[in-house]
Design a protein around this ligand. Sequence first.
Ligand SMILES: [Zn+2]
Ligand SMILES: [Zn+2]
Length: 185
Amino acid sequence: MNMQSPKSNKLNNIEAANRLRHGSPQFKAVLRQRCRKQMQERRDKLFNARRIGLDDKDECIENTLTEIVRREFKEWIIEEFNRMHQYEMDMMDKYLEEIMKNELVCPMCEKGTITQLNDFFVCPKCQLSLPAKVTMDDFYQRVKNHSVDHAESCNLKPCFMVIPEQNSYSLYMGCEPCSYFGLIL
Ligand SMILES: [Zn+2]
Ligand SMILES: [Zn+2]
């Protein structure tokens, strides 16, 4: 059994992209909420001031109006930034999909590219050899899905391990600190 099995950099990228994608909407929502609240408070203040006629100086009203415009502009900038950010995230996803298409970096050594040789998935750089129970695409998807699943709740790097089972070998992904354990193949 090989417990020493760091994950590939490409998978790290996927995890990072995933964390960003899942993490940022919350941040955006808070930002928007705060901005709207401030705008609302400003408007209420202006409305009340005019209604009770305490602050009828032109300068004061103008300052408040300028402040409202400034804040509206700020909110517009934030929304623009968020749209841009989303666009960049989509581009990054597409880029990652592209570079990972039909190419699975060996999860055990992170050096070789997994290829199928007869009925086995093998790595030319290390001794990894697994019975090809699924297609190459499925193998790639399983590694990706488990990595994304794990990254949703843990920032640590999981390890891959090959375990002999019933005259065969299986590949697992595990992370001791968060107790993640999943059969990949
Ligand atoms: Zn390898
Ligand atoms: Zn973990």
